[in-house]
Ligand binder design. Structure first.
Ligand SMILES: NC(=O)c1ccc[n+]([C@@H]2O[C@H](COP(=O)([O-])OP(=O)(O)OC[C@H]3O[C@@H](n4cnc5c(N)ncnc54)[C@H](OP(=O)(O)O)[C@@H]3O)[C@@H](O)[C@H]2O)c1
Length: 337
């Protein structure tokens, strides 16, 4: 045997015994740390499974149910046996969603309830109390309110009209606040209910070209945290969901600085999470009574921690991103000329 061969024989891995003792030591050290987490996760999953069955017959009001995440939420809660009330501006799109839901009856074995459609414009705050009354009168209560409807923006602070900032803030923030205020008294009276806000990872950290959108989602996050503290002992649950990119029409429907429709599918949105997966995670968060949930890839989670732990690094990263976006915009304008 050559010296090399002798060394090879002595190397860990060529001798199963060396590795197995290493695994044993690692196992002995890590097991007590990992075990409580494994047990907690198992308990959580069992609780969620049990509570999912208790969703049947619950009245769920979903705003922005005519497309994207709202449409996926309508499917998820309908399949769970809920009495869904679908709201948005485009009633013809809500009719399409309703038709799709009713078609599911052929494949769902459990009991379902016919979806109800209500017209809603979140920008018309004065009409919201009346909308809430109509929603409450459908089944005489709302068990779960999902504030999902929203719009995004694609413009710098300098290039966007104040009216655009106002519109984004009204639709994304004040609209949801107005519905919540109109529904909350009935939940407090029945000493039960769940209010869910669909925020965004941009409610945790802001991005360039999205000032009004990020601001509206930060406001939603703060509102939900404050509301939760007030109703925690009164039987009402509050969940704030912060998703990363989802494959929906959000960028297509976004507003430009002048208030026109952006009309383009961003690469980040096109490669985002499937709305059905996000909707399923949201259902689990609601039945699991989770308070604050980020549904995103690790990049968004890192950005979130960087914003608070290493702010200078975060500002440097989004500064670079702003420069890149500015260059891309300039190149596009040059091409358009
Ligand atoms: N897609 C993403 O990457 C992403 C990431 C994080 C969070 N989110 C959030 O997810 C929610 C749903 O958006 P989405 O991604 O599903 O986009 P989407 O496909 O554009 O859907 C937006 C929904 O909001 C409704 N809506 C817009 N303006 C409204 C108004 N004035 N009044 C009533 N309803 C209105 C739309 O319905 P009508 O046009 O028929 O009114 C539509 O149903 C939004 O709050 C968004 O901020 C999305």
């Amino acid at each position: 045997m050559t010296l090399d061969e002798g060394e090879k024989c002595a190397a860990p891995g060529s001798n199963g015994g060396d590795w197995s003792s290493l695994y044993l030591i690692l196992g002995a050290v890590l097991m007590p740390i990992a075990l409580p987490f494994v047990v907690l996760e198992c308990c959580y999953r069992l609780r969620v499974k049990k509570c999912r069955n208790e969703l049947a017959g619950k009245v769920v009001l979903i705003t922005g149910a005519s497309s994207g995440l709202g449409e996926a939420l309508a499917h998820t809660f309908y399949k769970a046996g809920c009495k869904v009330i679908l709201a948005a501006r485009r009633v013809e799109e809500l009719e399409r969603v309703k038709k799709d839901l009713l078609a599911l009856d052929a494949v769902i074995s459990s009991v379902t309830y016919p979806p109800v459609i209500l017209s809603l414009d979140l920008a018309e705050l004065k009409d919201i109390p009346d909308f809430a009354r109509k929603a409450l009168s459908v089944h005489n209560k709302i068990d779960i309110l999902i504030n999902n409807g929203g719009i995004s923006v694609r413009a710098t602070v300098g290039s966007s009209a104040l009216d655009v900032d106002l519109k984004v803030m009204v639709v994304n923030y004040f609209g949801s606040v107005a519905i919540t205020k109109a529904i909350l008294p009935s939940m407090l009276k029945q000493k039960s209910g769940h209010i869910c806000f669909i925020s965004s990872v941009q409610g945790k950290f802001a991005l360039p070209y999205r000032s009004a959108y990020s601001a509206s989602k930060h406001a939603l996050q703060a509102f939900s945290d404050s509301l939760r503290s007030e109703v925690v002992d009164k039987g009402v649950q509050v969940t704030c969901i912060s998703p990363g990119y989802i494959r929906t029409q959000l960028s297509v429907n976004a507003l430009t600085g002048s208030g026109k429709t952006y009309g383009k599918m961003d690469k980040t949105t096109a490669s985002g999470m499937l709305p059905e997966k996000v909707a399923d995670r949201i259902l689990n968060a609601i039945v699991g009574k989770e308070k604050d949930v980020m549904i995103s890839d690790s990049q968004a989670k890192l950005a979130y921690y960087a914003r608070y732990l290493f702010p200078s690094l975060y500002f440097w990263i989004i500064g670079n991103r702003a420069r890149k976006l500015e260059k891309a915009e300039a190149a596009e304008q040059k091409k358009g000329k």
